[in-house]
Design a binder for this molecule. Structure first.
Ligand code: ASP
Length: 337
């Protein structure tokens, strides 16, 4: 791997905590498909993976495929990261994670943590069993990014395939391709080019939870609307007394008539209903004043959440409900989105 060593001759050694949680980056071939190994894959740190001026301390948080990571585990991870960032021993933190729920864990960390040191999530789309494994390269990139003192200003970042993304915007776009992680409508914040970190832009948008205890055990529903679909699921969530519900509506934030009535039913039962779009780029806004249009939904008490994906909005709502924010406070928080 080519590198510009002149950058490193004088530079002091950076201490990076490498927190492993599981995912393909740790997996090997088992009898009938990929299986998780114990802790960080022993081959992952071989060869050139750790740059010369970086000292890595391995910390095993968990060793699970990321579909097993619940909001409660994400909360524990956030608390662990907070502790590591505050202890004064590390210049940066890298978290290895399965790609399936990586964007959710990274988003929760982003809205919860105060950026004392860079926190960088990374993963692998391909395991060691496959040709063109990407884990070692992604990990090396993440270590370089975490060792860069400028990076904490970007909030929590996600590094894969030589790109640096904001946790608030990044999403897994492709089931299998190594270029899966992208920030639709926004693009990456920068790039890793061999040993150099090239930062291109600062995110001006950043959401932060109000100060308070992070509690992630309240049940928040998520209903993606399709033509002729969604009302029954919304009523079910309200009847279960879910304190909050996220609707992934059509386009600018519109739904069928029976869905609008179900939203009104849920609001009247005390459920906080937030609306995002099932489009993957752009904001929701009350611009249509027909039955089920955005204006109608706002009049029925739904909270419009600007530009944020439904699954991230759900975590945000869960954290807010856990902090005992009322609907007015949540409305205020979401105003800037
Ligand atoms: N299913 C895996 C996981 O998220 C996928 C991955 O890591 O790429 O754990």
């Amino acid at each position: 791997m080519a590198s510009d060593m002149s950058d490193h001759i004088e530079s002091p050694v950076k201490e990076i905590a490498l927190v492993s949680t599981g995912g393909t980056i740790e997996m090997m071939t088992g009898r009938r498909g990929l299986v998780i190994t114990d802790g960080i894959n022993q081959y992952l740190l071989d060869g050139d993976v750790i740059p010369a001026n970086i000292n890595v301390t391995k910390i095993e948080f968990s060793s699970v495929p990321s579909p097993h990571i619940t909001p409660a585990r994400m909360r524990e991870l956030c608390l662990r990261l907070e502790e590591l960032a505050a202890c004064g021993k590390y210049d940066g933190i890298v978290v290895t994670h399965g790609t399936d729920t990586l964007e959710e864990s990274a988003f929760l960390a982003d809205i919860y943590l105060n950026e004392q040191v860079p926190v960088v999530f990374t993963a692998a789309m391909r395991s060691y069993a496959e040709m063109g494994v990407d884990g070692p390269r992604n990990l090396r990139g993440a270590l370089l990014v975490a060792a860069n003192p400028e990076v904490h200003k970007l909030g929590v970042t996600v590094v894969l395939n030589d790109e640096i993304h904001a946790a608030g915007r990044v999403t897994k776009t492709y089931t299998s391709n190594v270029s899966s992680f992208a920030s639709p409508g926004y693009g990456p914040l920068g790039f890793v080019d061999q040993d150099r970190i090239l930062l291109q832009r600062m995110p001006l948008w950043r959401l932060h939870l109000p100060p308070g205890e992070l509690i992630m055990n309240r049940r928040i529903g998520l209903v993606r609307i399709a033509s002729g679909f969604g009302a029954r699921e919304i009523r079910f969530s309200a009847d279960c007394e879910d304190p909050g519900l996220v609707i992934e509506a059509f386009g600018r934030g519109n739904v069928p008539v029976d869905v609008a009535l179900a939203i009104e039913y849920a609001v009247n039962k005390g459920t906080i209903v937030c609306v995002s779009s099932r489009c993957y780029i752009g904001r929701v806004l009350g611009v249509y004043n027909y039955s089920g249009g955005g204006v109608d939904l706002e009049q029925k008490g739904a909270i419009f959440a600007g530009d944020i994906q439904g699954h991230k909005l759900r975590l945000l709502l869960m954290a807010c409900v856990g902090m005992k924010c009322d609907s007015q406070e949540i409305r205020e928080l979401l105003k800037g989105l």
